[in-house]
Design a protein around this ligand. Structure first.
Ligand code: NAD
Length: 304
């Protein structure tokens, strides 16, 4: 059984996931390039959090298992393989690494291969469930790993999530995640447009959302993460679209889907439109907003 866990990347998702590991009794060695993220966690969590100075320091620590929750492919590559990375710090000690970030499937396969060549294990375990799922430890983990590696990782993943699914060999977790977010990115635009249509025509947001959620429009974007202010509490739309899953990350996930689809000539007609719309959010000064904040793109701006 693993005791001490290393955790790198303490953002909107990672901070909650690390907190749940700590609450379950795992001593933690944590690192984030943004130092406040690590010190905040150390201040909040019970006495068992040590702040490391670099990914190499996490690699050099006694943590046998290391979880990463980083923005995207380049961050994951450098955190593991960089000169100041986990593997540089680990030396001869063998580490079991779990990357929960959403990254390019081919990059996930490549970092898993380089880990193996250095005597480590690196599995992909991207998540679904949002910051709410991260906070409540109800995430779904989509795991790309050999069967035995999956069995080894199951307990620690179970501290942070509820559904732990073995997708297949290395990088298949990322394939599943990218496909999932292709649906999510499109459905969020659809719910935005439909809620806006209804509310602008005079309907009460709660009533309309309630109809969707008991009718054929029902989906996660409507019943768990409704983008229309006033439709539900506790979601980004209820707090000015702050926190949550930032628009550039959704644009990144759709670009990963497009890249994967291009490689096999699979058409993504709505997927490429949705990608363009989230990119438009970013170039319109909405990079800090949650992706459901596409709502703002649909509102008339006062003319100047
Ligand atoms: P975030 O930007 O809030 O957090 C990323 C953290 O990584 C930040 O604290 C950042 O400072 C840190 N970081 C960046 N580069 C680093 C480096 N080189 N070394 C150490 N730390 C570094 O992002 P997030 O919303 O927590 O998402 C993380 C990953 O999970 C992404 O791949 C995202 O696509 C995926 N994801 C997010 C959600 C969500 O709802 N937010 C849901 C499912 C999956």
């Amino acid at each position: 059984a693993w005791d001490t866990v290393g955790f790198i990347g303490l953002g909107n998702m990672g901070a909650h996931m690390a907190t749940n590991l700590s609450k379950a009794g795992h001593p933690l060695v944590v690192y984030d390039v943004f130092p406040e993220a690590a010190t905040r966690l150390a201040a909040e969590a019970p006495s068992n959090v040590v702040v490391a100075g670099s990914p190499a320091d996490v690699g050099a620590s006694k943590a046998e298992v290391i979880v990463t929750m980083l923005p995207s492919s380049p961050h994951v590559e450098s955190v593991y393989n960089g000169p100041d990375g986990v593997f540089a710090g680990a030396g001869d000690a063998s580490k079991f690494c779990i990357d929960a970030s959403t990254i390019s499937p081919p990059v996930a396969a490549a970092v898993a291969e380089s880990a193996k060549s250095k005597g480590h294990v690196l599995i992909d375990a991207p998540v679904s469930g949002g910051t709410i799922g991260a906070e409540n430890a109800t995430l779904t983990f989509m795991v790309g790993a050999e069967k035995a590696e999956f069995e080894q990782a199951r307990a620690v993943l179970g501290r942070m999530g509820q559904n732990i699914v073995h997708c297949g060999s290395h990088s298949t977790g990322q394939v599943a995640k990218v496909a999932n977010n292709l649906v999510l990115g499109i459905s969020m635009i659809a719910v935005n447009e439909a809620m806006n249509l209804g509310v602008k025509s005079g309907m009460d947001p709660k009533v309309l959302a309630g109809i969707f959620n008991t009718s054929s429009a029902r989906c996660w974007s409507s019943d768990t993460y409704n983008p229309c202010p006033g439709a539900m509490d506790g979601v980004p739309a209820a707090r000015g679209f702050t926190g949550g899953f930032a628009a550039p990350l959704m644009a990144k996930d759709l670009s990963l889907a497009i890249e994967a689809a291009n490689a096999i000539n699979a058409p993504l007609n709505l997927g490429s439109s949705a990608h363009a719309l989230y990119r438009l959010m970013c170039t319109n000064g909405m990079s800090d907003l949650d992706f459901s904040g596409y709502w703002q793109m649909l509102q008339d701006k006062p003319s100047s």
